[in-house]
Design a protein around this ligand. Sequence first.
Ligand code: FE2
Length: 347
Amino acid sequence: MTERPKPSADADPTRQALTKVQIDAGQQGMAPISFLAFAKDEPCLCDVFLPVVDPASKAVTMRLICPQGQAFKAEVWDHFSRSGLRGVCVKNLDLPLIFDAMTTRAQEKIADSAVSCPEKAGILKEMASMSVRVMFAASERDAENTELACCLAQRTVGMLLKEDEVLRNLSQLLVSGRTLFDHSINVCLMSLVLGRRLGLDKGRLLCLGLGALMHDVGMARVPAEVLNKPGDLTAEERGLIQKHPRLGHQVLSLAKSMPYDALNVVLNHHERADGKGYPTGVSESSIPYLARLVKVVDAYDAMTSPRPYRAALAPTEAAVMLLNQAGPDLDHAMAVEFIRMHREAFR
Ligand SMILES: [Fe+2]
């Protein structure tokens, strides 16, 4: 029997490309967001479009499904919800309006003691997902959308840190989908919980959450055929993937709201203690603490996720592999604490 390929801590978690819809939306001056940003049966703050792909030409056209001021009808909203179809688009210039409205609604829900913990968690995850989606679709010189996405991410992480009860229920929080967005959210949530256990203060936790949420944004600039390649990569293709920390750091540096320590997480999350990591190959003492933490969580989520080129590991197998790689690659103390945390959360 042929042995299935095993993931390693450095096997990049996120060889998943952006969809054509996301790329085309960006080129058409639009941003992909979740329809959950709109309240059922309430007038829409802006025009809402559904991206439609022509099966023959693969061209993406934007169909107006709800004009500004018109109510997002309950039956359309329910249809989206049932079908699992979450992606609608709005014009870039309408994003600030939508993000502000979402934040206000989220703050109201979070403050409402009648709202359940899973519902609060769902709202915060949706906000996190939206910030990552907009970030992934932003072009490399799109300072405006980059700033907007980072501001939304900052508000979301800030709210998450205030919600003890939400973060305590880690097992209910993690996203089971296996897209790049889901991976980003999982890494953010698990990093925050691990960071708390390791005694980080609020300011550091905020940087940690932001860096973790945006750590793989540079992947949006790696060619889709490389990201989705089912077999082994050539040295040249590996070189392209290894550019993603630097590319992510570059684009996120456009945002004034992205703190220095969070940017450092993005730049250094593939460095190794033995100096064999990338993009720079710096040694352990030069790798920022927060980046080492995200690397442990990133490795675990990568190992336990299926990819087109390999199967997923079971959590116990992943725990063993994390410990095997602790030392030269992963921070040993952090890996041990992460395994403890995970065991308690899923007991
Ligand atoms: Fe990465």
